[in-house]
Ligand binder design. Structure first.
Ligand code: SAM
Ligand code: SF4
Length: 328
């Protein structure tokens, strides 16, 4: 078992399969783009599989694929199939911007993908294009429908809440859960190397942070009721508008952090194990993997370096990577 210095058992591996993306969200990457890793600097699918297998042998049961945009990497379905067939992995999911879901949802489901998280920060097509620096909201809706039709369930929507960007829409986004069985989750904006100006018409990044307490106030008229049953192992606290088929969750790494129950380890596309999203600590694994070394000691090392969190998280801003290079 992978247990960290604070007694937390690591059962969840979040794998970024690429640092490339077909969107360029203002809060996730700088306007000039990022330094992209070459093909050779990126973990091959068989290498990712080896790490997943090693993790699964030591208690990891849940894998989430992310990016960049995971569906933008060629052959992603084959990786999904290989991980789905890995002994010990009981839950395989994927976080996507949805642009390519219409094309891939059905084959992903057939390959063994259980569910998807789709990121949508606004219901306004023009604002969506501004936030994503050019993408089409209509295509994402198409992807969402395709995911439903393919039986990927539950569908979770990720909305990063931002003051002066989409705070006027959070109420309407929450109301989607009244008409669809979706799990709408509001995420606090994280200061992950994204403090340079986002462009014309956006607030300055330092003032866009909206704590969960404020989001709850915006949603107060909806009379949210806590959901009793445990709906997944994620950090979201779940609520329901009375009578609604879907739910509403809050992911608050800064305002009401969940470090004490964190069960995660991250793997970047260029082969670094990252014990904490909000820490720059990394354990490179790519060279060792290619040299044929045993991977388990590296997993153990990463887990042993997992910070406790708490005040440490609040007082530190990760600077070495943008979110697109970590995976969220
Ligand atoms: N491209 C995929 C997507 O957008 O869903 C997967 C990768 S993306 C980095 C994963 C999640 O991180 C998305 O839901 C995105 O909204 C979120 N994210 C990116 N930058 C963020 C930030 N600075 N603060 C909070 N969430 C962020
Ligand atoms: Fe791409 Fe996702 Fe980052 Fe947007 S949030 S730029 S879609 S990786």
């Amino acid at each position: 078992m992978l247990t960290d210095s604070f007694g937390r058992q690591i059962t969840y591996l979040r794998v970024s399969v690429t640092d490339r993306c077909n969107m360029r969200c203002v809060y996730c990457m700088p306007p000039e783009g990022i330094h992209l890793h070459t093909h050779d600097e990126t973990l091959r699918y068989e290498e990712i599989l080896k790490i997943v297998q090693a993790a699964a042998q030591h208690g990891v049961t849940e894998v989430r694929l992310t990016g960049g945009e995971p569906l933008a990497r060629a052959g992603i379905t084959s990786l999904v199939r290989m991980i789905a067939e890995t002994s010990g992995i009981t839950d395989l999911s994927l976080t996507t911007n949805g642009l390519l879901l219409e094309k891939y949802a059905s084959e992903l489901a057939k390959a063994g993908l259980k569910r998807v998280n789709i990121s949508i920060d606004t219901l306004n097509p023009e604002k969506f294009a501004r936030i994503t620096r050019g993408a089409s909201l209509e295509r994402v809706w198409g992807g969402l429908n395709a995911a439903e039709a393919a039986g990927l369930s539950p569908i979770k929507l990720n909305t990063v809440a931002m003051k002066g960007v989409n705070d006027d829409e959070l109420f309407n986004i929450a109301c989607l859960s009244q008409v669809h069985p979706w799990r709408v989750r509001f995420i606090e904006l994280m200061p992950v190397n994204n403090q340079v100006p986002w462009g014309e018409g956006f607030p300055n990044p330092q003032s866009a942070y909206l704590p969960i307490s404020k989001i709850r106030k915006i949603l107060a008229p909806l009379d949210l009721q806590p959901v009793e049953e445990k709906s997944g192992s994620g950090p979201a606290r779940e609520y329901r508008i009375p009578g609604a088929p879907g739910t509403i969750g809050f992911i608050s790494p800064l305002g009401e952090h969940f470090c004490e129950s964190c069960n995660r380890l991250r793997l970047t596309a260029d082969g670094a194990l990252r014990p904490c999203l909000l820490s720059d600590i990394e354990i490179p694994i790519l060279k060792a993997l290619r040299a044929g070394e045993d991977i388990y000691p590296y997993l153990q090392k990463a887990v042993s370096m997992k910070p406790e969190g708490h005040d440490w998280v609040k007082n530190h801003r990760p600077m070495t990577r943008c979110m697109i290079q970590i995976g969220g």
